[in-house]
Each structure stands twice: as structure tokens, then as C-alpha cells.
Design a protein around this ligand. Sequence first.
Ligand SMILES: Nc1ncnc2c1ncn2[C@@H]1O[C@H](COP(=O)(O)OP(=O)(O)OP(=O)(O)O)[C@@H](O)[C@H]1O
Ligand SMILES: [Mg+2]
Length: 218
Amino acid sequence: MSGSVVTIASLKGGSGKTTLACCLAVHWHLKGYKPLLIDADPQKSVMRLADRDQALGGVELLEQADPNVWNTIKQQSGAHGVTVVDTPGFDSDITVAALAVADLVLIPVKASPLDVDRMMDTVKTLMSGVKGWAPTFRCVLTQTIRGSVISRHVRAELEEGGFPLLANDMPNRVAYAEAGLFGATPSMTMPDSPASQDISAIATEAEALLATKKALTA
Ligand SMILES: Nc1ncnc2c1ncn2[C@@H]1O[C@H](COP(=O)(O)OP(=O)(O)OP(=O)(O)O)[C@@H](O)[C@H]1O
Ligand SMILES: [Mg+2]
């Protein structure tokens, strides 16, 4: 997956974009994949987290919250195993720019009907924003409660609507916020924890999608 770009996007605020972006980048850093984590959100959530003690384990960071991030991603991604881009939680030129160069778009979506409707808007808006864009995208269910009716229902609704989902969710776990207090992710502080395993499973799915894309375009 060398040189691949994974953009995390959603029009819905608080869906888990920054958490997923940081967790994936740190996971790949710990695996030695030399990731680059780009904070393209004017809120600077990634940079604020990295300002804390454990500095996201020393993962390489870059901050650029303007549409020229497109250029930066193009220039930087070749020198990294994978580039992960965190985007703002609203319809923005920055998000469109980060999508235009993505090999894989991950769309975190909370398991609630309101979030699902907004997610569908996200995909339509994103599709219309980038000319000729034929993305590989997957929704990722976040903050799910294991075995809950709503999680199963939302998953089924998305699948019926033709919105592809990763098989693995990012369940609701306090471990993310706890690790965040120290500027860390669960993969750093609790490598064997369920949260760390969730991220590993999501990363493995992303790697497979990126490998397929590379194979198809090579
Ligand atoms: N799987 C999870 N389990 C528990 N809490 C979570 C999970 N994912 C995210 N959170 C929490 O939800 C809140 C919002 O997450 P996050 O900041 O990652 O969302 P976001 O989509 O980046 O938001 P914004 O749109 O403001 O950028 C945070 O407090 C985070 O710790
Ligand atoms: Mg965020």
C-alpha cells in the first residue's frame, strides 16, 4: 500500500473522524509503515492531541487546513507508506481537495438514524464535489453498542441503500478518550485491549482495499 492516501471524511460533526484518523496512523506507525498524518481541519484536533505528553507516539504530522492540501498530499505521499488525512466536519473545499487525491475514503457514521441520513448526504455531496471522482469508499460504524438493535438496523439500512461498510465497527469504548488524555491511542497505551484490536481489524480491511486498488491500477 506504499504511497496510498486514506482520507477520513463526513459532513457530520463528532462522528469519530479525528479518533479514527489518529488511531489508524498510530497503528501503522507502530507496525513500521512510516505513515504521515495530515491535519486538514481548521479546528486542529489532531495537532492538539499531539501537543499532549505522548505526542501520538511520534507519528509524523503535518498541518494544512486549506485546499492546497491537495498539492501537499501529492508531494508527500510518495515518501510515506500511507498518508492519513483528517478533514473538517462540514462541506468544505478542504475536504473536497483531500478527497480528490484519496485512494480510499473512510466515512465514520454513528449508529443512529439522524447520522445515517447525514452520511447519505455526505456521499452525495462528496460525489458531486469532485469531477470524475470514482472513489473507493467505505462507511465505518462508530460508537456502536455491541449486539444492539440499532447497530444491526443501521448496518442493514446502509447495506440496502448500497453504501458499502467495513465489516468491523469502532464500538463505543472509553479507551479512546482515556488514551487521548495523554496524547495517545489505545494501540500505544493498551496494545492488547479490545479497542486496539478493533483498530487493527479496521486497518487490516483498509490495507486489503488499498492493495486491491493498487493491483487494479498497476
Ligand atoms: N468509538 C468510540 N467510542 C467512544 N467514544 C468515541 C469513539 N469515537 C469517538 N469518540 C468520542 O467522540 C467524540 C467525537 O469524536 P471525534 O472528535 O473523533 O469526531 P470528529 O468527527 O473528528 O468531530 P469533528 O467533526 O468535531 O471534527 C470525542 O469525544 C471522542 O473521544
Ligand atoms: Mg475532528
